[in-house]
Design a binder for this molecule. Sequence first.
Ligand SMILES: [Zn+2]
Ligand SMILES: [Zn+2]
Length: 174
Amino acid sequence: MSKPYTGGCACGAIRYEISAEPIAMNDCQCRDCQSTSGTGHGSYLTFPSREAVKLEGEARHWDMVGDSGNVKTRGFCPACGSPVYLTFSAMPDLFTIHAASLDDPGRYEPQMVTYAVRGHAWDRLDPAVPKFERMPPMQGVANAPASGDPGEGRHAGAPARGPAGCRMVGPHLQ
Ligand SMILES: [Zn+2]
Ligand SMILES: [Zn+2]
Protein backbone atom coordinates (compact mmCIF):
# COMPACT_ATOMS: atom_id res chain seq x y z
CA MET A 1 0.00 0.00 0.00
CA SER A 2 1.14 3.53 -0.65
CA LYS A 3 1.47 6.10 2.07
CA PRO A 4 -1.73 7.13 3.86
CA TYR A 5 -4.05 9.72 2.39
CA THR A 6 -3.93 12.74 4.68
CA GLY A 7 -5.79 15.99 4.62
CA GLY A 8 -8.43 18.09 6.28
CA CYS A 9 -10.32 21.35 6.16
CA ALA A 10 -8.94 24.74 5.21
CA CYS A 11 -8.37 25.92 8.79
CA GLY A 12 -6.90 22.66 10.08
CA ALA A 13 -9.51 21.98 12.77
CA ILE A 14 -10.45 18.72 11.05
CA ARG A 15 -7.78 16.27 9.97
CA TYR A 16 -7.93 12.77 8.59
CA GLU A 17 -5.51 9.99 7.82
CA ILE A 18 -6.67 7.06 5.72
CA SER A 19 -4.57 3.91 5.49
CA ALA A 20 -6.26 2.34 2.49
CA GLU A 21 -6.50 2.74 -1.25
CA PRO A 22 -9.60 4.35 -2.74
CA ILE A 23 -12.07 2.03 -4.45
CA ALA A 24 -13.47 4.85 -6.57
CA MET A 25 -12.48 8.34 -7.66
CA ASN A 26 -15.10 10.40 -9.42
CA ASP A 27 -16.27 13.81 -10.40
CA CYS A 28 -19.99 14.24 -9.77
CA GLN A 29 -22.09 16.86 -11.54
CA CYS A 30 -25.33 16.27 -9.66
CA ARG A 31 -27.17 19.27 -8.28
CA ASP A 32 -26.28 18.39 -4.70
CA CYS A 33 -22.60 18.41 -5.54
CA GLN A 34 -22.96 21.67 -7.43
CA SER A 35 -24.68 23.30 -4.46
CA THR A 36 -22.24 22.08 -1.87
CA SER A 37 -19.10 22.64 -3.92
CA GLY A 38 -20.14 26.07 -5.13
CA THR A 39 -19.20 25.16 -8.70
CA GLY A 40 -19.99 22.66 -11.44
CA HIS A 41 -19.09 19.39 -9.74
CA GLY A 42 -17.60 17.72 -6.71
CA SER A 43 -14.48 15.54 -6.84
CA TYR A 44 -14.32 12.54 -4.54
CA LEU A 45 -12.23 9.63 -3.37
CA THR A 46 -14.18 6.79 -1.79
CA PHE A 47 -12.54 4.37 0.63
CA PRO A 48 -13.88 0.91 1.47
CA SER A 49 -13.60 0.83 5.25
CA ARG A 50 -14.20 3.25 8.09
CA GLU A 51 -11.70 1.27 10.15
CA ALA A 52 -8.90 2.61 7.97
CA VAL A 53 -9.90 6.20 8.76
CA LYS A 54 -8.45 8.25 11.61
CA LEU A 55 -10.36 11.48 12.15
CA GLU A 56 -9.42 14.39 14.40
CA GLY A 57 -11.60 17.37 15.15
CA GLU A 58 -15.35 17.74 15.21
CA ALA A 59 -17.08 18.07 11.90
CA ARG A 60 -20.61 19.31 11.72
CA HIS A 61 -22.91 16.89 9.96
CA TRP A 62 -25.71 17.58 7.57
CA ASP A 63 -27.97 14.77 6.41
CA MET A 64 -29.55 15.08 3.04
CA VAL A 65 -31.91 12.69 1.32
CA GLY A 66 -31.21 11.73 -2.28
CA ASP A 67 -33.96 11.06 -4.78
CA SER A 68 -33.83 7.40 -3.80
CA GLY A 69 -34.59 8.11 -0.16
CA ASN A 70 -31.04 7.20 0.85
CA VAL A 71 -29.37 9.46 3.36
CA LYS A 72 -26.05 11.10 2.59
CA THR A 73 -24.27 12.76 5.47
CA ARG A 74 -21.95 15.60 4.64
CA GLY A 75 -19.20 16.39 7.13
CA PHE A 76 -17.92 19.95 7.06
CA CYS A 77 -15.91 22.21 9.32
CA PRO A 78 -18.04 24.47 11.53
CA ALA A 79 -15.22 27.03 11.70
CA CYS A 80 -14.12 27.43 8.07
CA GLY A 81 -17.03 25.75 6.27
CA SER A 82 -14.90 23.45 4.12
CA PRO A 83 -16.62 20.28 2.97
CA VAL A 84 -14.38 17.41 4.06
CA TYR A 85 -16.16 14.07 3.87
CA LEU A 86 -19.33 12.16 3.08
CA THR A 87 -20.88 9.02 4.51
CA PHE A 88 -23.91 6.99 3.41
CA SER A 89 -26.50 5.32 5.58
CA ALA A 90 -27.08 2.56 3.03
CA MET A 91 -23.36 1.76 2.81
CA PRO A 92 -22.04 2.52 6.27
CA ASP A 93 -18.53 1.17 5.63
CA LEU A 94 -17.76 3.67 2.90
CA PHE A 95 -15.93 6.90 3.63
CA THR A 96 -15.66 9.54 0.92
CA ILE A 97 -13.45 12.59 0.98
CA HIS A 98 -13.38 15.71 -1.15
CA ALA A 99 -10.33 15.62 -3.40
CA ALA A 100 -9.17 19.14 -2.64
CA SER A 101 -9.16 18.41 1.09
CA LEU A 102 -6.11 16.20 0.51
CA ASP A 103 -2.73 17.54 1.54
CA ASP A 104 -1.66 16.40 -1.91
CA PRO A 105 -4.66 16.83 -4.23
CA GLY A 106 -2.46 15.57 -7.06
CA ARG A 107 -3.17 12.05 -5.81
CA TYR A 108 -6.70 12.36 -7.14
CA GLU A 109 -7.12 10.70 -10.53
CA PRO A 110 -10.75 10.83 -11.69
CA GLN A 111 -11.92 7.53 -13.17
CA MET A 112 -15.43 8.61 -14.14
CA VAL A 113 -17.91 11.44 -14.20
CA THR A 114 -21.26 10.73 -12.56
CA TYR A 115 -24.54 12.56 -13.12
CA ALA A 116 -23.22 14.09 -16.34
CA VAL A 117 -26.88 14.61 -17.25
CA ARG A 118 -26.84 17.51 -14.79
CA GLY A 119 -23.59 19.01 -16.03
CA HIS A 120 -23.37 22.57 -17.31
CA ALA A 121 -21.77 23.65 -20.58
CA TRP A 122 -19.35 25.81 -18.63
CA ASP A 123 -18.16 22.90 -16.49
CA ARG A 124 -15.92 21.12 -18.98
CA LEU A 125 -14.17 18.01 -17.79
CA ASP A 126 -11.48 15.86 -19.36
CA PRO A 127 -13.14 14.15 -22.37
CA ALA A 128 -10.92 11.11 -21.80
CA VAL A 129 -12.69 10.35 -18.51
CA PRO A 130 -15.81 8.17 -19.00
CA LYS A 131 -19.11 9.88 -18.30
CA PHE A 132 -22.26 8.33 -16.93
CA GLU A 133 -25.63 10.01 -17.16
CA ARG A 134 -26.23 9.02 -13.56
CA MET A 135 -24.35 6.28 -11.76
CA PRO A 136 -22.50 3.32 -13.29
CA PRO A 137 -23.70 -0.18 -12.50
CA MET A 138 -22.08 -1.52 -9.37
CA GLN A 139 -20.01 -4.54 -10.18
CA GLY A 140 -17.14 -6.09 -8.35
CA VAL A 141 -17.10 -3.51 -5.63
CA ALA A 142 -16.25 -4.49 -2.11
CA ASN A 143 -18.80 -3.99 0.60
CA ALA A 144 -21.76 -3.64 -1.66
CA PRO A 145 -24.96 -3.68 0.31
CA ALA A 146 -26.69 -7.03 0.58
CA SER A 147 -29.60 -7.60 -1.72
CA GLY A 148 -32.82 -6.22 -0.39
CA ASP A 149 -31.04 -3.15 0.91
CA PRO A 150 -31.64 -0.23 0.64
CA GLY A 151 -35.19 -0.61 -0.48
CA GLU A 152 -37.29 -0.35 -3.51
CA GLY A 153 -38.05 2.74 -5.42
CA ARG A 154 -34.38 3.44 -5.69
CA HIS A 155 -33.40 5.03 -8.98
CA ALA A 156 -36.99 4.86 -10.07
CA GLY A 157 -36.31 7.23 -12.93
CA ALA A 158 -33.13 5.59 -14.14
CA PRO A 159 -33.03 3.09 -16.96
CA ALA A 160 -32.34 -0.51 -16.03
CA ARG A 161 -28.72 -1.40 -16.60
CA GLY A 162 -28.71 -5.14 -16.88
CA PRO A 163 -28.37 -7.75 -14.18
CA ALA A 164 -26.56 -5.38 -11.84
CA GLY A 165 -29.85 -3.54 -11.59
CA CYS A 166 -29.72 -0.58 -9.34
CA ARG A 167 -26.61 -1.44 -7.41
CA MET A 168 -24.59 1.72 -7.55
CA VAL A 169 -21.30 2.71 -6.09
CA GLY A 170 -19.89 6.02 -5.11
CA PRO A 171 -20.83 9.07 -3.25
CA HIS A 172 -24.16 9.76 -4.82
CA LEU A 173 -26.90 7.40 -3.90
CA GLN A 174 -29.50 9.55 -5.51
ZN1 LIG B 1 -11.83 24.25 9.25
ZN1 LIG C 1 -23.15 14.35 -6.68
